[in-house]
Design a protein around this ligand. Structure first.
Ligand SMILES: [Zn+2]
Length: 202
């Protein structure tokens, strides 16, 4: 089970690296391994995620701390993943810093959300109606991670979702790695499209 989950997460990491979504060792990824007790594999802190090594991930528990002896440290933002796994049935969490998601989070930061509509790609979120609306909440970026995790948790109510952290990045989750990656790609499509649209409008 653990090896299978490792491989799944490694594949997602490889694909996101190909998209160049891990600038300057940023970003963190995780995948649930077991429910009782809750354990998940999460990216180790400070690694270049474009490289593949046997130390890319470590197993952590429901408190976000290593579940077994290791010299590796979990990503600093593992507490955000903890909130998702403790509150929902999500199976995979992906967090990336991109220029497009940062620009959108700054532009709409004061509004507290960005709203997308009339976009074919929001069908990726299971929204099929012609006038469907997809909202991504935007929270302020706070350096104190437990505080950030608390603010973040207010927007974690479903087994799938997305939250932007202002001038920081996006966190997306879904029932499994396939779904989480699909959501992340759709979010990045929307952010990238919207940045370009704003440029033309000015
Ligand atoms: Zn981050």
């Amino acid at each position: 089970m653990r090896q299978q989950k490792w491989n799944e997460l490694a594949e997602v990491k490889r694909e996101l690296a190909e998209r160049d979504w891990f600038m300057a060792t940023s970003g963190n990824l995780s995948i649930k391994v077991s429910d009782e007790p809750l354990t998940f594999l999460v990216t180790a802190s400070g690694k270049d995620k474009r490289k593949e090594t046997a130390e890319d991930f470590l197993l952590v528990g429901a408190d976000g701390k290593p579940a077994e002896a290791t010299h590796l440290k979990p990503s600093a933002e593992t507490l955000l993943h903890v909130e998702i796994y403790n509150k929902t049935n999500a199976g995979c969490v992906l967090h990336v810093h991109t220029v497009d998601n940062n620009v959108i989070s700054e532009w709409y930061g004061d509004k507290g959300e960005v709203v997308f509509t009339n976009q074919e790609i929001i069908k990726a979120f299971g929204l099929w109606e012609e006038d469907a609306v997809f909202r991504i909440p935007i929270i302020p970026n706070v350096a104190h991670i437990p505080t950030l995790a608390r603010m973040f948790a207010e927007h974690v109510n479903d087994d799938a979702g997305a939250v932007l952290i202002r001038n920081h990045g996006i966190t997306v989750w879904g029932k499994d790695a396939f779904e989480a990656k699909k959501f992340l790609e759709a979010c990045e499509f929307l952010c990238s499209y919207h940045v370009k649209l704003l440029l033309f409008k000015r």
